[in-house]
Each structure stands twice: as C-alpha cells, then as structure tokens.
Design a protein around this ligand. Structure first.
Ligand SMILES: [Zn+2]
Length: 414
C-alpha cells in the first residue's frame, strides 16, 4: 500500500481499470440493480468506456431500494454498516464488506504516515466527534489511541477535556475545530501548542481560508482527509498540503452536469467508484461536492492524482441561547443513532426557535411520541445540557429545485 502511492500513471490506470472491470462483473452477476440494461456494456476497454455507465445519486438508490444494491451473499451481521444522512437529510445504510473495510482502516494508517512523522502510533490524539465511535482492535492494543470529545458540549467543557489529554494531535470536522479555536483563550492555546504537532480534518470540505485559520490558530500543519460514509476513505493530504486520491481503492471522476468527464484542471462534480466494495457496490456515485483533478506528480513524489475541492457539503449550524453552535453533524448523529428515523431536517426561525422534523420509518414499529422523546434525549445528552427544541412529524421533506434538501437551515442571527 505504501508503494502504490508512487507507481507511474500507466500502472495506476491499468490497476484502476482492472479493479473497475472486476467490480462491474461482480455487480452484474450478483447485485439486482445492475442487471438493468444500462449496465449491459460488456467489459469496459478503458476508463472513458466506464464513464458511459449511468451515474447514481443517493436519491436513486433510495428510490430503487437499498437492498437492490446489495449482494445477497452478505448479511447485515457480516458487514460494517455506515449510516449516512449527509446534508440532504435522507438516510441511507451503506454496507462495507470485511476486505474493503480492512483496506479502509489501513488507508487510515497510511494517511497518518503521510503527515511526515508529526503523528506516531503512540501519539495522544483527541477526536472531536458529533457522536460516539467504535474502538478499533489496534486501539485496544494501545496504539493509535484517541479520546473522543463530543463536539456539541459547551466549549468550556471541550477545552477542559482537551487540556487534560495534553494531545499531540487533534482530529475533527473543519467547522468543529474552527469553533473550538474561537472558544479558546490565548493562554490555553499556548499550553496546547506545547504538545500539539498536527491537526487532522475529516469528512468535509477544507477551503484554503479555513486551512489558513486552523494552521495559524493552532500553530501546526493541517492534514485533511476526504471521505464519505458510502465509500469510506477517498483521499488524504501529504505534507505539501495536496489532497491525494487513494487510487488503490477508489476511481474519482470529475464530471459535468450531464455526467460526462471533464479534462483535468476543469472544475466539475465529484463522482466516485469504490471498486473494492462487494457487499453494496455503488458504481459512479455522485457525491454532491465540486473539485478539479490534477494527475501530474506532486512535489512530495506521490503519483496518486490530486483533488482541489472547491464546493462541499454544507457546514450549517443552529445557535443555542447560550450563544454556542450545534453543527449539522450532531443532528446527523441523532438521526443515524435513533432507530425509526427515516429522514430528518432541522430549521431555526429568526426568533431562534429550533424545530427538528422527523419522517418516521414505519418498519421500526415505534410510535412518534416515543421517537421524538428518544431524539430529544439523544441531542440533550450529546450537548451536555438541555435546550429548547420542537420535534415534529413530517410525511416527506421539502427538496430544493435541484432535488437536494438542506439538512440544517438557521435564519436566526444574533
Ligand atoms: Zn503530495
């Protein structure tokens, strides 16, 4: 895996094509959704040929039924389940087979290694998360240890937990780290900088401006990771601040509105195929982010293509009466951890009233009052204090013209 990052372009493209052919062959044989005629294209001769397949969006997968995208040989107990709600508020359950999940975990280690020695297996890491994490086997062995701090806790609680750890590294969504930075006093930053060596960001867009704020604020380099629950690890930063596509697991295309690939250096929509996935293959999956791609060798020596992300999934938030923010990630955490929520949307009106709209999943056999109580309790627990919110039932959620709903919208301005 470490060598793959330095293979020449021809070798990388050959491996990608072989991976895509195997993934398509498996999907055609085993997965109901791909028996559709539009996938009856034979064996793709090259990457351009593969790009003639239809694109998939989350809404398409949900409309067709998630089960139609799953290989019946895999049962829920045999896979790693990642539930995504994202900024659209629609909930999709992505299944990852054991081999692909293991590869993702190894990529996570490669990602930390790319930080050029600023992070070691025994480093103390503080992870800001909107919801609890599973502990991986290697963390139980005492390496790649992390302590989790819930991002919705009051900022003084977060800072106290952070200081107790004397961390070498921080990891979190860019918006959560920026929020932390705003809440820290100058003398607390001085103490933190004594041990801190690196900041890792994850899951969403890191703009050059936010990267600059975090680098200057924390006084250490920032390393981003680009991932999605449907695909897991997609790309990672090198010490040159370049975001490299993990071409040994995903094929990233940048496409125009019609789904046709655009040349390198041209901005377009990000479409990803995780060609190792067998449990629930999503071929040419549209992620909703925009980027440009560059395939020339990076200053760090890696040959994996690079992405410049230009527009991403939203970092929306609501503001509590104490002036602190709760980001979309926390509501996503509630939606995916509360059985019986099919869709979720959050609105804050100009007066500051927060309404959480839930579309119940009838299959869970749970009354709405019970569901609302569970959602409210999850949010209050995660925030470490109660706050006023109205939980209401919806039949469906409003979508914008492009078919994409905004998950969290706040009209409240202090
Ligand atoms: Zn590089």
């Amino acid at each position: 895996m470490l060598r793959a990052q330095y293979l020449d372009r021809d070798a990388l493209d050959r491996r990608t094509l072989a991976g895509l052919r195997t993934a398509l062959g498996h999907a055609r044989d085993r997965v109901a959704a791909y028996t559709d005629d539009r996938y009856d294209v034979g064996v793709p001769r090259d990457l351009a040929d593969f790009a003639r397949l239809p694109m998939l969006r989350k809404a398409d997968v949900l409309a067709a039924g998630e089960d139609r995208f799953r290989d019946p040989a895999f049962t829920r107990g045999r896979v790693t389940v990642y539930t995504t709600s994202g900024t659209s508020g629609q909930i999709l359950e992505a299944w990852h087979d054991p081999a692909n999940y293991a590869h993702d975990r190894a990529c996570n280690i490669r990602r930390f290694a790319a930080a050029g020695g600023r992070y070691r297996p025994w480093s103390r890491l503080v992870h800001f998360k909107p919801f609890p994490l599973e502990t991986a086997w290697y963390q139980r062995l005492g390496i790649f240890r992390r302590s989790v701090v819930h991002s919705a806790l009051p900022v003084r609680t977060r800072v106290a937990q952070l200081q107790q750890e004397r961390p070498h590294a921080l990891i979190g969504y860019p918006v959560m780290l920026r929020d932390l930075l705003r809440g820290m006093r100058p003398e607390e930053l001085v103490t933190l900088r004594r041990t801190l060596r690196a900041v890792f960001t994850e899951s969403e867009l890191l703009t050059p401006e936010v990267r600059r704020q975090l680098t200057e604020g924390f006084g250490v380099p920032v390393f981003n990771e680009y991932s999605a629950y449907e695909l897991m690890h997609i790309a990672y930063d090198c010490a040159e601040g370049q975001l490299h596509v993990a071409e040994d697991r995903v094929h990233v295309e940048i496409v125009d509105a019609g789904g046709a690939p655009v040349p390198d250096g041209t901005e377009g929509h990000v479409v990803v195929t995780g060609w190792r996935e067998r449990a629930m293959p999503l071929l040419r999956y549209w992620l909703g982010d925009r980027a440009t791609r560059h395939a020339d060798r990076c200053g760090c020596g890696r040959t994996f293509a690079r992405l410049d992300l230009t527009k991403g999934r939203a970092d929306d938030y609501v503001v509590l009466p104490d002036g602190e923010r709760i980001y979309a990630g926390t509501f996503i955490g509630m939606a995916i951890s509360t059985p019986g929520v099919a869709e979720c949307m959050v609105r804050q009106d100009p007066a500051g009233n927060i309404t959480v709209w839930l579309v119940p999943d009838g299959r869970a056999g749970r009354g709405f009052d019970d569901l609302a109580r569970a959602a409210r309790a999850w949010l209050h627990d995660s925030a470490g204090r109660p706050f006023d919110l109205d939980v209401r039932q919806a039949e469906t959620l409003e979508l914008t013209k492009g078919g994409k709903g905004r998950f969290v919208v706040s009209e409240f301005r202090r």
